[in-house]
Design a protein around this ligand. Sequence first.
Ligand code: GUN
Ligand code: ZN
Length: 434
Amino acid sequence: MTTKILRGQALTFKADPFLVGDDQSFQYESDALVMIEDGKIKSFGSYASLKDSIPEGSEVTDYKNSLIIPGFVDTHVHYPQTEIIGAYGKQLLDWLNNYTFVAEQKFADKNHATEVAKVFIKESLRSGTTTSLVFGTVHEHSVDALFEEAEKLNLRMVAGKVLMDRNAPPALLDTAQKGYDESKALIKRWHGKGRLSYAITPRFAPTSTPEQLKMAGELWKEHPGTYVQTHISENLGEIAWVKELFPERSDYLDVYDHYGLLGERSLYAHGVHLTESEWARMHKCGAAVCHCSTSNQFLGSGLFSFEKAKDKTRPVKTGLGTDIGAGTSFSHLQTMNESYKIGQLSGYSLSSLKAFYLATKGGAESLYMEDKVGSIAPGMEADLVVLDLKSTPLMDFRMGFCKDINEVLFILMTLGDDRATESVYVAGEKVYGK
Ligand code: GUN
Ligand code: ZN
């Protein structure tokens, strides 16, 4: 076993800055040493304090001008939509019909799914994302294709087959029973294999019958440790449609709760228009919201409220989602950039530390994986991204005027993108380098 040593600046979070305040939340080392053994972090601290513990024969990499942080966690993304990023026009429901459902039908061909899965994983890693919660399509083999590729790189990934038995083209529909059976088979095949986990994936309430939602809830109950992922309150037209389809339920979240799809390890994308009682219920149940800033702007969905999500009296676990392909970038740096602007438009200035927390540990906490990924500490899995602080001439110039780490992070998220990814480590192995 070779010990790997990474040296450079490093940043990680110890607590949620929305709750404890920015100053108490993070650890920054201007000259850090990260020691990696057996795919895990063995020690982390200042180089000066740890240099004498470096074992003989260690492989040392010095990342001058770079910042080592935990790999980004993308809590909401659709890999089959990689091919429709930037599809022009209209809001959610038209966009789904005109582009998404057309592209997803191509996944009836597993070779196509494999081809897209390869591009998806490559782009994620190029952007420094090491863990994602991913939607497949309705086709069972769409998840096989993705997990087969993820397994080759030993990625920590969560994914699931979409459940849809109404309000979509016939070629994309399953039935309540077929969706249950196929999801169950995928759980058996993949959940807990290496670093892979399964997410039961009803697309959103309008595309599932009550029977399908009920069976999805039962399946979740039968398989503790699996996840639920879906969408909620992204768009006003969507919310009105849910009211029409489920008039007996008190609100959108109540639909999911009623069918047993709300609890720890359930992650809801968007939550742009949630009501106070829905936020309170999510907090109580330990569910998470996935804020998808580039998508919300691209589809004109509305302005997510950080203040409501992270209200100290009932904070809701929150992560960032790229939501490819309604989202427009694989890069969480760009996702943070747009999150900041969303905050600005609603009178809330998101600090750089809070943004980086959401992109790393916040995502890991949303997935109940904070003991495995999302921070740099002894015992954590060594999923890391090294960010080049001089990745473009403009960034190089601008960084010269930064006073402290807050400002460095803010410039990284404002000017940075995949060009800032210097190296990526997954379970201690270097899987990407510029
Ligand atoms: N709601 C239901 N399906 C989708 C989807 O594929 N993308 C987005 N952004 N919202 C959805
Ligand atoms: Zn989505």
